[in-house]
Design a protein around this ligand. Structure first.
Ligand code: ADP
Length: 514
């Protein structure tokens, strides 16, 4: 049913409805025809029996007279036997007619009751009257019957003939209804629906000026008008959307121009920073160098004023701090300007770890921190830029010492580790410092981010160290991260494959967008 078109469905529905209505209407004449033909046959049989009763000596074919009331006298004739029973039980019935009009030899049969002396007189060959029996006759005892049999061909043919006419008439009426319904549905409705569909198709194809022109003056016209309103609204919204799109395009162009400008100025800034930092380092190195000389001279001079030594050490400490800061700024500027270059070679990790610890030990000693190295006996060599990896580890160790309490322990570990399914190494630095809250564990790897501002005051630093580590590890094809719990210490780690895999740095624009 779902696959049929609207036309087919409406035709089918109308066809079924018309067929039901017509067959309902036909059933009355269908039955009535038989009734009237049977009534007509009965009447002619009655007439014939009247004639025979009045003139018994005329011969009538297939006339049978049975005298007596014994049903057995019917001698196996079913029709007669049941007539006997009926006449005996129901005195009001005086005759009976039956038309057998089946396929084989149609038969027309009539049987008439004889009461009182009627049977006797018929037996003697006397004429009797068979007028419509009165009440007195009905009370008389049943004394016999006579039956007339005739061929029922004529009556049966008449019935079937009339029925065929009814069928033909019904069929013609059905066809007429279908044709009329089709004209009504197709002309009246479906044509309008088709026209509406064509307009809808044109609208779908993008012609928003298309409108329904239905003027049927009924619900279809209303539907067309609603459709027109809808298309008009759609047209309006599309125009609005178009103009918004245009202004968005314009904004996008403006934005990308601004972006290009920003990109350029960021590059210039990084370049400027790199140059300035470089230029700053030269005089600062000479300040530190001369301060170191002065310190050495003062230490050798037994008569030196202790204040002088303290002042020189202040200059040295501040100078070194400043140099470290400038170095970090320079590194970050170089990375952002895409000027940080790699120098890859095979690095002996045992040597590297020991070297870092040797450099950091004096700092650890100041805070009485036990700096311990842990690694398996055999450590594989790693293909990497040793300077950059060292810088990362140096940063981790320096932070660990900076944030760990006096007298605690900092462990520098190396473990054989699978990195993305490839053989690799994991270096980690474990401390027992204040730890890093979970919500800050990603943030600290961003530029200038610190756990809280008080750190800067108590420990110094720019908040650039870990951001540089992250950039460097990306360049080295390594991963880095932290595991930490507040007040329980931290473990900063870097994992890298033994074989160097160059990784592209994320573009500066993306970095800036973070
Ligand atoms: P800086 O140390 O110069 O502030 P970093 O980028 O190296 O910059 O570190 C960022 C911040 O991360 C630090 O300021 C500190 O708040 C936190 N942090 C780093 N290492 C540790 C550590 N081992 N224990 C506790 N906090 C740390």
């Amino acid at each position: 049913m779902a696959r049929l078109s609207l036309t087919q469905r409406s035709q089918l529905a109308m066809g079924v409805a018309a067929a039901l209505a017509i067959s309902g209407a036909m059933s009355i004449p269908w039955i009535q025809i038989r009734e009237s033909i049977v009534a007509q046959q009965l009447q002619s049989m009655r007439d014939m029996s009247q004639v025979w009763a009045k003139t018994p000596d005329i011969s009538i074919d297939r006339l049978r007279f049975v005298k007596g009331t014994d049903a057995k006298a019917a001698a196996g004739d079913q029709f007669l036997a049941s007539a006997f029973d009926q006449f005996a039980d129901t005195p009001d019935v005086f005759d009976r007619y039956e038309l057998q009009y089946g396929v084989d030899a149609p038969l027309s049969r009539y049987v008439r009751a004889l009461r009182g002396d009627q049977a006797e007189r018929v037996a003697k060959g006397e004429a009797i009257s068979l007028d419509v029996p009165d009440a007195a006759w009905r009370k008389l005892p049943l004394t016999g019957v006579f039956s007339i049999e005739r061929s029922g061909v004529g009556a049966a043919r008449l019935i079937w003939q009339d029925r065929i006419y009814i069928l033909i008439g019904g069929g013609l009426a059905w066809i007429g209804i279908i044709v009329a319904a089709r004209l009504l549905v197709v002309r009246g409705y479906l044509r309008a629906v088709r026209r509406l569909r064509e307009v809808a198709n044109r609208v779908r194809a993008g012609d928003l000026s298309s409108r329904s022109q239905l003027r049927t003056g009924d619900e279809l016209e209303q539907l067309g008008n609603s459709f027109n309103d809808m298309v008009a609204t759609l047209d309006g919204s599309q125009k609005q959307l178009q103009s918004m799109n245009e202004s968005l395009d314009f904004k996008l162009v403006q934005l990308s121009e601004a972006n290009v400008g920003l990109f350029e100025s960021n590059r210039l800034k990084s370049e400027f920073l790199a140059n300035v930092s470089h230029e700053l380092r030269t005089p600062l190195n000479s300040v530190i160098g001369f301060a170191e000389l002065l310190a050495e001279l003062a230490r050798k001079d037994a008569a030196a004023d202790p204040k002088r030594i303290r002042y020189i050490e202040h200059i040295l400490k501040s100078g070194r701090g400043l140099l470290e800061m400038i170095n970090e700024l320079l590194d970050m500027a170089k990375i952002e300007a895409g000027r940080m270059e790699l120098s890859v070679s095979n690095a002996n990790m045992t040597d590297m770890l020991e070297g870092i610890c040797a450099i950091m030990r004096p700092q650890a000693d100041i805070k009485k921190i036990d700096l311990e190295i842990q690694h398996p006996d055999e450590l594989p060599t790693v293909e990497t830029d040793p300077g950059k990896l060292q810088q990362i580890l140096y940063n981790f160790v320096s932070n660990a010492i900076k944030f760990s309490p006096e007298g605690s322990r900092v462990i520098v570990r190396a473990d054989v580790w699978a990195v993305d399914g490839a053989p690799g190494l994991r270096m980690s630095v474990v401390d027992s410092g204040p730890g890093i809250p979970l919500d800050m564990q990603q943030t600290i790897f961003e530029k200038f981010r610190q756990v809280d501002a008080s750190h800067t005051k108590s420990h110094g630093g720019t908040g650039l160290g870990l951001a540089i580590c992250r950039e460097l590890s990306t360049m080295l094809g390594a991963k880095l991260g932290v595991e930490s719990k507040a007040n329980k210490g931290s473990m900063f780690w870097v994992e890298m494959p033994l074989e160097f895999r160059a990784k592209k740095l994320p573009p500066l624009m993306a970095d800036r967008a973070q």
